[in-house]
Write a protein of this length. Structure first.
Length: 499
């Protein structure tokens, strides 16, 4: 791994949940494993009033809850916390950004380092423009530096609300930062299992030759959650599952499982292939949207032996909301490799199980030596890539069952990351923050693939506005979603992988 350069990490919204649950635990783990150099420092920039000591105390408490390295002793944390500072600031106040600039300048001199600065926007999306304007007005970007150094910006999802807002936000960002300085973060891409999709496909001669429409019947991509909206009701009710999950996580998984091999494994070539793939996703007509998409919203039910409320009864959710908590979509990719192969995507909340997986189902044999056994009874071969919670890959195939009869039974060959490698993979945020500082954009969305994904999703949202509104709620919490989603795939003679 590359050694991280001496750097300044500025976290806007540093007093918020994301910073304490994900960002600081990732930074601490990088420091504890000696990936951060001695001359680095972190600046928290937020409206909540703290001095350095009080802010460090909140970080210490959160690390012992959220960090994979916990429990963390006070002595260990003290060595880390010496690099952490806090500025009580206003996002729309130019003076706050000038103070930030002066602080960075003084610390860079104190640490004898170049001004390598990563700006991390861990704020609500409504504040993004104010932060970008503040950085620009205070001349805190690299082209304003008198010496050497880099400036980079990390932006959390949601990146826009629809195609037009995403395009406008992207225009604002690129008026201040160069594209090679912009890191649109999708934490799914930092997961080891997601990265291993490329290794699984392109590093193994036994898989790539059959990864096409000649052998594959269909592919399912599922991101199912048993939890409800929790404290995110204010954001979620404006977004829904289609914006919160489909536009980013699900489209990224689709592109990785279906792209062509890049010429070389670098950021530009990989992302070029993702753009080609997303451009090949068939656009949906209004009739397609009616027939190939399903919306759902959860009712009361039982999850994990606990009675739970309906979505409309969750705290902060309007009682008359029509926001979807479940979406299933059927897509086709119109290129040589995938012509005719349906891709079924589904994501939802308050479902029976929690899992994210990609299920690849292969075509049944047209003829078999074991026809007398009943070829229709022999299960389709499949590859199940589990992204969470139990990362691994299972290959299902038929084998003769013990005994005098020649019965074919399905068996699994299972690979689990933890048992095979004898260690827990790093958190996705650790990998992604590491890549930001080293300047590797491979695992980050580029403006064009992000906009293409938004075009598809926006067309679906606009199509829904022209179709009959579903009667919500339409699925019970603790189920696998609305019955219409089962009908979407069963109409093609297939079924969701609910094992």
């Amino acid at each position: 791994m590359a050694e991280l350069k001496p750097s300044v990490i500025v976290i806007f919204g540093a007093s918020g949940d994301l910073a304490h649950i994900k960002i600081f635990p990732a930074l601490y783990s990088l420091w504890e494993e000696d990936f951060l150099p001695d001359n680095f420092f972190i600046v928290g920039f937020s409206r909540t009033k703290f001095d350095d000591g009080a802010f460090r105390k909140t970080i210490f408490d959160s690390l012992n809850v959220n960090c994979r390295k916990s429990p963390i002793g006070e002595d260990e944390f003290s060595n880390f916390s010496k690099h952490v500072f806090y500025l009580t600031s206003k996002y729309d106040d130019d003076y706050s950004y000038k103070e930030l600039g002066r602080f960075i300048e003084s610390k860079a001199k104190e640490y004898n380092m170049s001004k390598n600065v990563a700006y991390y926007l861990s704020t609500p999306p409504s504040i993004y423009i104010s932060v970008i304007d503040g950085i620009n007005n205070a001349k805190l970007v690299s082209n304003e530096y008198k010496g050497d150094g880099f400036s980079r910006i990390v932006i959390e999802k949601p990146f826009g609300y629809d195609y037009e807002s995403a395009r406008e936000l992207n225009g604002k960002i690129l008026s201040v930062f160069k594209e090679e300085e912009v890191y649109r973060i999708d934490h799914y891409l930092g997961k080891e299992t997601v990265q291993n999709i490329l290794a699984f496909r392109f590093a193994n001669a036994i898989f790539e030759p059959i990864w096409n429409n000649k052998y594959i019947d269909h592919i399912q991509i599922s991101a199912l959650e048993s939890i409800g909206v929790g404290f995110r009701a204010g954001y979620f009710d404006k977004a829904g599952v289609i914006r919160d999950m489909m536009q980013n996580h699900m489209m990224q998984l689709l592109s990785l499982v279906a792209i062509e091999p890049p010429p070389v494994p670098d950021a530009d070539d990989l992302r070029n292939e993702k753009v080609k793939l997303l451009k090949s996703v068939r656009s949906l007509s209004l009739n397609d949207i009616k027939n190939y998409t399903v919306r759902g919203q959860y009712d009361r039910g039982v999850v994990g032996n606990k009675d739970v409320l309906s979505y409309k009864e969750e705290e902060g959710v309007p009682p008359d909301t029509i926001t979807e908590t479940y979406v299933a979509i059927k897509l086709f990719i119109d290129n040589y490799r995938w012509a005719g192969v349906p891709f079924y995507l589904r994501s939802g909340k308050r479902l029976k199980t929690h899992k994210t997986e990609i299920a690849i189902y292969f075509k049944k044999l047209p003829y078999s030596l074991f026809a007398k056994v009943g070829i229709e009874n022999i299960r389709q071969n499949s590859i199940i890539i589990t992204i969470q919670p139990n990362e691994g890959i299972a290959i299902n195939f038929g084998a003769k069952a013990p005994g005098f009869k020649f019965d074919i039974e399905p068996v699994n060959m299972v690979f689990k990351y933890k048992s095979s490698f004898k260690l827990s993979p790093p958190d996705a945020y650790e990998r992604l923050i590491y890549d930001v500082i080293t300047g590797d954009q491979t695992l980050f969305a580029r403006y064009d693939d992000m906009l293409i994904a938004w075009q598809l999703i926006t067309s679906i949202i606009n199509g829904w506005a022209k179709t009959e509104r579903p009667s919500f709620p339409n699925y019970e919490a603790g189920s696998y979603g609305p019955k219409e989603a089962d009908g979407l795939i069963s109409a093609d003679g297939r079924a969701w992988n609910n094992e």
